[in-house]
Design a protein around this ligand. Structure first.
Ligand code: ZN
Length: 105
């Protein structure tokens, strides 16, 4: 485990009392990651499946069978929580439209 200097964002060992980069006293400081450190410490940038999400909704409304496939595609995107959430909604919409179309026709 490591912590980060709140002044300059330098990565430090837990026992550090002074920042090895900027030299500031680190005692009695609540440690949290500074904004400028988040760029390289948080690689989990979610992929944007914007177009797949839009296509899934359109298909769900127009062609529910394909909408289900598109929704399942989104649900299996493990790199994006957003895609999964929208995949779930698109699946619900697709199934709902499917059922309604059976009832009406
Ligand atoms: Zn520092």
């Amino acid at each position: 485990m490591s912590k980060f200097c709140p002044h300059c964002g330098e990565e430090l060992v837990d026992s550090a009392k002074f920042c090895k980069s900027c030299g500031r006293n680190l005692e009695n400081i609540q440690f949290s990651k500074p904004d400028n450190a988040s760029n390289f410490t948080v690689p989990a940038v979610e992929k944007d499946h914007k177009y797949a999400i839009i296509i899934a909704y359109v298909l769900a409304l127009l062609i529910p069978l394909f909408g289900v496939f598109a929704a399942v595609y989104l649900l299996t995107r493990n790199d994006s929580q957003k895609a999964k959430t929208h995949g779930k909604y698109a699946l619900i919409v697709a199934v709902a439209v499917w059922i309604i179309s059976f009832v009406l026709f």
